[in-house]
Design a protein around this ligand. Structure first.
Ligand code: GLC
Length: 535
């Protein structure tokens, strides 16, 4: 196999990239009003460059009433004033690119905000109007139309709230998430046209990629049948019509060398891989790895299944340990149940932060050694734990719509600590952050961690810098005792992770490149520790 030419390597950057997820509202507060913003991100670009990431994925930064953290978009061509302006976004994209960092924006095609001009026009125009055809408006069931049109369940785990809301004029409208997020009708040509225009709008502004929110939910059975009576094909999950949509999106992206990453939560690996065919999406998030418990056999199985499902379509895998929707890694790995599942989230689940941190350090080296792209979620590099947010301060609709039984996702969205000695741990200067920071937040601050050779931040910086040593080659498992994961990549670099209770001897090597923790007195790898070795 010849070395790829620089031009080809550059075009294929996404196949092995380290991509950092910025949740703008909680990253850095430039104007001191308690909400993160683009000015804050711009001042922290040198930090991101030093971390060594190849790209930034920004969760939605568009005009939004923020009923679902910005996943309720009122206008894709305007930046929310809380975050900044379009001119600032353009500057940010250009400044990042000068530092070698590409930008990925987040598009939410399944729904818009109820404040979007299309939905407001649909409400004003009334039943039977063409404006309502852009959404899913229906008459209700029952003698007076008082019952929702079908039995579909909410897509917010833990929520028993209906996915239909009735208007005073008698029509009901569909929203798989909150009532403030009406679902678009993807059978309508104007909906398709508008999204292709939005893609162009952002590609024209220099973005390198697009994350597609809820990518498997857009298409609906036109009859909107009851799920109980018509489970297959599913009336709104993973419908075949979607692939035609993504094939036309791909043609737009190809004009700009843009890339897609789909948020595709599907249990069936074969169905998942269909989204990654060469003329559809370039990549999709790997939720089986994210959900996997800290268990050697289960992790190996998740890795093997992932690589096997991607191979036939030629798409690179992605490796994700956490994001803005799930429990922070150090907390999850410090619990008795180390898997992630929306259904089992509960208030007050005990976690051992020392154990969780040790495992999260090992998991960082594991995921950064695997072939494909790696996603880091802001604060993961600081080892931030999940915060318990006081009930009165929780803003996440997942909590509100579960009637307070599901803790929601705000615990992983707490504003970042930048400087231990400053108010609000250096997140912003004047006003308390929109979500409260736990009292021990300064302990995790960037300024403390960058001086500490043993900090999580130092580990991530070293690992991201060393990651190219693994090359582009495939993964080969090496013989290892039970509970130990050991593999090599083509360039003769090995990764060993010990999840077993007893220390493990290391395979023959010429040099220890990096360890997630110290070896024991006999040079063996202790439990919950990972090492990178040169063979
Ligand atoms: C995706 C987002 C999540 C959002 C939901 C509805 O799952 O990651 O944050 O609430 O879509 O848009």
């Amino acid at each position: 196999m010849g070395q790829p030419t620089p031009a080809r390597k550059d075009r294929d950057w996404w196949r092995s990239a380290v991509i950092y997820q910025v949740y703008v509202r909680s990253f850095a507060d430039g104007d001191g009003d308690g909400t993160g913003d683009l000015a804050g991100v711009r001042t922290r670009l040198p930090y991101l460059a030093e971390l060594g990431v190849d790209a930034l994925w920004f969760t939605p930064w568009y005009l939004s009433p923020l009923k679902d953290g910005g996943y309720d978009v009122a206008d894709y061509r305007t930046i929310d004033p809380a975050f900044g302006t379009l001119a600032e976004a353009e500057k940010l994209i250009a400044e990042a690119r000068e530092l070698g960092i590409r930008t990925i924006v987040d598009i939410v095609p399944n729904h818009v905000s109820d404040q979007h001009p299309w939905f407001r026009a649909a409400l004003a125009a009334g039943p039977g109007s063409p404006e309502r055809e852009l959404f899913h408006f229906r008459r209700g069931r029952g003698a007076r139309g008082e019952l929702p049109p079908n039995d579909w369940p909410s897509q917010f785990a833990g929520s028993t709230e209906p996915v239909w809301t009735r208007l005073p004029d008698g029509d009901w409208y569909l929203h798989l998430f909150t009532p403030e997020q009406p679902d678009l009708n993807w059978a309508h040509p104007a909906v398709r046209q508008e999204h292709e225009d939005i893609l162009r709008f952002w590609f024209e502004r220099g973005v390198a990629g697009v994350r597609i929110d809820s990518a498997a939910l857009l298409a609906k059975d036109p009859d909107l049948p009851d799920l109980a009576a018509h489970p297959r094909p599913h009336p709104f999950v993973d419908r075949d019509e979607l692939h035609d949509v993504y094939r036309s999106w791909r043609r737009v992206a190809d004009e700009y060398d843009g890339v897609f990453v789909g948020e595709v939560w599907l249990p069936d690996p074969g169905r998942f891989a269909r989204y990654l065919r060469p003329d559809e999406l370039h990549t999709a998030f790997n939720f089986s790895f994210l959900s996997c418990p800290w268990d050697a056999a289960r992790l190996r199985e998740a890795i093997d299944t992932t690589l096997a499902e991607h191979a036939p379509v030629g798409a690179p895998a992605t490796w994700v340990l956490c994001n803005h929707d799930v429990t922070r890694t150090v907390t999850r790995y410090g619990r008795e149940d180390t898997a992630f599942d929306f259904a089992t989230k509960a208030f007050g689940t005990p976690a051992d932060p020392v154990l969780g941190t040790r495992r999260a350090r090992a998991a960082a080296l594991l995921s950064l050694a695997l072939p494909g792209a790696v996603y880091l979620y802001q604060g993961e590099e600081l080892g931030l734990p999940e915060a318990e947010i006081p009930a009165g301060r929780i803003q996440d609709p997942m909590y509100l719509r579960s009637r307070g039984t599901d803790p929601g996702r705000d615990g992983c969205r707490v504003p970042l600590p930048w400087a231990a000695g400053l108010p609000y741990a250096g997140f912003g200067s004047r006003k308390e952050p929109w979500l409260p920071q736990p009292p021990d937040w300064p302990m995790y601050a960037v300024d403390r961690q960058q001086r500490d050779p043993h900090s999580m931040l130092t580990l991530y910086r070293r690992a991201v810098a060393l990651r190219p040593e693994f090359g582009e080659g495939p993964l080969t498992w090496l013989p290892a005792p039970e509970g130990v994961l050991a593999f090599s990549r083509a360039d003769g670099v090995l990764c060993v992770v010990n999840l077993a209770p007893t220390p493990a001897g290391l395979p023959a090597h010429s040099r220890l490149l990096l360890g997630s923790g110290p070896l024991d007195e006999s040079g063996r790898l202790p439990q919950d520790t990972a090492a990178w070795l040169r063979a």
